[in-house]
Design a protein around this ligand. Structure first.
Ligand code: PLP
Length: 428
């Protein structure tokens, strides 16, 4: 049998850090990552045959459960017709129509291959449309790994920049200061005062890359008003919240209409997809109609559109009711189990998303999130993992309950969390 340790050792010889995305390396929690062999529904199995109740769900790319039969069948039958053509297909039209219908602010939609590409291009489009260069982002919001937005980006980038960095300081080596010189980083949940040099404000309408931080009442509406006042565009990064917190995303929940919206994760059904959409007059500035260039060999890929359409198809109104109930059961259960064992935790919920912070107060911004106890998170993470429950291996991620997390699965997770918490409290 191949073991996780053997694979990790081999991986580290040929892959930097042994992983293709940094948080997977367990750097912030310590230990050896489990190498997944297969997954089904709420469960994943590693190469050693160990089963985990999975709350990672590909960081939110999966919402109907792993290997959902309808998604798998859609991919299988699409693959039989070929995997990429370099010519348009009917399913690309269906995806754009599906997005437009669910998210009315997206009058037109373009598909790309990742959330990162979606935010990069939305930014370029906003700059092209306004003729301005400044971009405002919020500390602790993650928008993928494009240069201009890699500043105080939360998620795994948090482990690279342990101190609060001033404006214009990149969150990664290799990002030239000039690339973020036009990026202004401001605190989440406070409406900044803008001027007419600002091309756009980009925001996670529910922040889910510094743990889970919901917008305070009036924050998103305030951004809309302030953007309108100075003629800046408002971009919602709904890569996590899109099609997850509600059929129409966070913008439906909070009733704020952005100019542009970025998607990823759920819309790919577990395949490599991003998309962005918005006002038709803005979207028509993209090549080939307009002067803003964007392209992609695999954009609108046949397998990815098949998977995405199948995933969206699972998400009717009943599905969101179920997901909200599941998230509430998980959040309430975890709070009781962990606090009952004496741990000082906050378990916030925003719609269908659940967070987990070690601290006495619920963070409302990045400073607050960075003030929580990462070491305590790591201890609970391992206590849970050894009891067959997989959380993301980083304190700044969130929990992704999906349609496969039945009440019985949630109750099992909560019961194991209780045992894990008692072990952690006893050790501390
Ligand atoms: C994951 C994520 C991205 C980046 O998407 P990738 O597909 O990983 O490039 C962008 N924005 C948010 C809010 C995300 O959570």
């Amino acid at each position: 049998m191949t073991t996780n340790s053997e694979l990790f050792e081999r991986a580290q010889r040929v892959i930097p850090g042994g992983v293709n995305s940094p948080v997977r390396a367990f750097g912030s929690v310590g230990g050896t990552p489990y190498f997944v062999a297969r997954a089904e529904g709420a469960r994943v199995w590693d190469v050693e045959g160990t089963e985990y109740l999975d709350l990672v769900q590909s960081y939110g790319a999966i919402i109907g459960g792993h290997a959902h039969p309808k998604v798998i069948e859609a991919i299988r039958s699409a693959a039989l017709d070929g995997t990429s053509y370099g010519a348009p297909t009917e399913r690309e039209v269906l995806v754009a129509e599906a997005v437009s219908e669910r998210v009315p602010s997206c009058e037109k939609v373009r598909m790309v291959s990742s959330g990162t590409e979606a935010t990069m291009t939305a930014l370029r489009l906003a700059r092209g449309a306004t003729g301005r260069t400044k971009v405002v982002k919020f500390a602790g919001n993650y928008h993928g790994h494009g240069d201009a937005l890699l500043a105080e980006s939360g998620s795994a980038v948090a482990h690279l920049d342990p101190v609060h960095s001033p404006d214009g300081v990149p969150g990664s080596a290799g990002v030239p200061p000039t690339a973020v010189a036009e990026t202004l980083v401001v605190p989440y949940n406070q409406v900044p005062t803008l001027d007419d040099t600002v091309a756009c404000v980009i925001v996670e309408p529910i922040a889910a890359n510094m743990g889970l931080v919901a917008p305070v009442p009036g924050f998103l509406a305030g951004l809309r008003t302030e953007c309108d006042r100075v003629g800046a565009l408002l971009i919602f990064d709904e890569v996590i919240t899109g099609f997850r917190v509600a059929r129409g995303g966070a913008q439906a929940t909070f009733e704020v209409r952005p100019d542009l919206t970025c998607f990823g994760k759920v819309i790919g059904g577990g395949l490599n997809v991003g998309a962005f959409g918005g006002r038709a007059d803005l979207m028509d500035l993209l090549a080939p109609l307009g002067p803003v260039y964007q392209a992609g060999t695999l954009s609108g890929n046949p397998l990815a559109t098949a998977a995405g359409l199948a995933a969206l198809d699972l998400l009717d109104d009943g599905a969101y009711e179920q997901l909200t109930g599941t998230a509430a059961r998980l959040a309430d259960g975890l709070a009781q189990a962990l606090q009952g064992a004496g741990l000082t935790v906050q378990v916030p919920r925003a719609g269908t998303l659940v967070g987990l912070f070690f601290g006495t107060e619920l963070p409302v911004d990045y400073a607050g999130a960075r003030g929580t106890d990462e070491a305590a998170y790591a201890a609970l993470f391992h206590a849970l993992l050894s009891r067959g429950v997989a959380l993301a291996p980083g304190a700044y991620e969130v929990l992704f309950p999906g349609l496969a997390h039945t009440d019985a699965v949630v109750d099992e997770i909560v019961e194991r969390a209780g045992a894990a918490a008692i072990a952690v409290a006893g050790a501390g």
